[in-house]
Design a protein around this ligand. Structure first.
Ligand code: HEC
Ligand code: HEC
Ligand code: HEC
Ligand code: HEC
Ligand code: HEC
Length: 193
């Protein structure tokens, strides 16, 4: 009876109370719904982040050992990096030059020799990848403009095992920012053919 007293006098007490209860349950369901959406979005983006970009490799290759310790230059394995559009990834023939015999003492190096003996092709998978509608060439950037690999690939030469995803997110803005800085082309048709 107290409640009816506190209600507005112009409205009948009954419907007023049930109206408030209705608004309350609606708000509660609304909150539950928003919560569910947040959970679904969080879980699926977590799954996506784990699934899509992880690039598998046949061997735990160690850039640091081969570049900084053994002094091999990039072109030794990425043969077309100054003259071609694609830099190219090494295959079993390059690795066999040294690993047809055992090198070093690590288990992974021993496994490389075993794989070679078994006739494995050691097919490495691309990490950095542009969509098909984008035109890009290493010749222009490395051969002619003499840009350091690190500009676009980050510190991959110092990695001790293959990165699961690209170390630099190469977006259109990434290309455009440097082109603007260096006075290179901003013409859509130069990159989209
Ligand atoms: C201006 C940016 C830029 C520079 C500088 C650059 N790269 Fe790249 N690189 C890329 C992009 C972008 C891709 C992906 C190309 C694609 O998917 O078509 C790539 C791909 C690669 C690949 C994968 C195989 C391929 O060619 O698709 C290798 C290996 C590579 N780069 C090595 C190098 C090395 C070694 C250097 C330095 C000597 C270098 N890159 C310098 C941007 C660059
Ligand atoms: C010029 C000779 C040479 C070439 C070419 C070469 N390697 Fe090696 N690699 C070595 C030597 C030497 C070691 C041992 C270094 C040490 O343990 O200090 C080694 C070590 C390794 C290891 C062990 C790394 C670690 O963390 O212990 C792996 C894996 C490996 N190489 C894979 C490859 C693959 C794959 C290729 C081809 C893409 C290749 N190597 C090409 C000489 C070479
Ligand atoms: C002995 C061979 C060897 C040498 C020397 C070497 N690489 Fe690589 N590189 C590889 C292999 C094998 C992979 C694939 C596995 C990995 O990512 O570690 C690779 C992958 C890469 C990629 C990723 C390309 C992609 O798939 O998108 C880049 C970028 C790269 N190397 C840059 C360099 C640079 C820069 C140097 C010189 C400082 C260098 N590499 C020297 C063997 C080599
Ligand atoms: C670190 C700086 C830098 C980055 C990053 C970069 N570029 Fe360039 N790009 C240059 C320079 C400098 C030139 C001019 C080279 C020359 O002298 O011919 C150039 C030239 C080009 C050309 C030739 C343009 C013409 O005149 O026909 C194309 C195409 C191109 N870049 C595409 C790309 C794409 C695609 C990306 C991103 C994946 C990219 N570039 C990222 C510096 C960069
Ligand atoms: C220097 C090279 C470069 C130039 C110039 C350039 N683009 Fe791009 N564009 C790219 C790259 C690289 C991608 C792919 C980005 C990715 O995969 O995230 C891209 C992607 C796109 C996409 C696909 C949507 C997206 O974001 O992936 C559209 C649309 C596009 N560009 C339109 C344009 C237009 C319009 C212009 C002219 C104003 C232009 N681009 C100029 C490099 C360039």
């Amino acid at each position: 009876m107290d409640r009816t007293g506190s209600g507005s006098p112009s409205e009948p007490p009954g419907p007023d109370v049930s109206g408030r209860a209705g608004a309350l349950t609606f708000r509660r369901w609304h909150l539950v719904f928003v919560g569910l959406v947040i959970v679904v979005v969080a879980v699926s983006s977590l799954l996506l982040a784990q699934r899509v970009p992880a690039v598998p490799q046949p061997v735990e290759f160690n850039h640091q050992k081969h570049t900084e310790q053994l002094g091999l230059n990039c072109e030794f394995c990425h043969k077309y990096v100054t003259a071609g559009a694609h830099a190219g990834l090494p295959d079993v023939r390059t690795c066999s030059m040294c690993h047809s015999r055992r090198q070093g003492t690590s288990e992974e190096a021993a496994r490389v020799t075993e794989l070679i003996e078994q006739g494995d092709s050691l097919r490495f998978n691309k990490l950095f990848r542009l969509p098909d509608h984008v035109f890009y060439t290493h010749r222009r950037h490395v051969g002619i403009a003499e840009l350091e690999c690190q500009n676009c690939h980050g510190a991959i030469a110092s990695t001790k095992r293959p990165p699961k995803r690209a170390l630099v997110n190469v977006t259109m803005d990434f290309c455009m920012d440097c082109h603007r800085e260096q006075g290179a082309t901003l013409d859509c048709n130069a990159c989209h053919r």
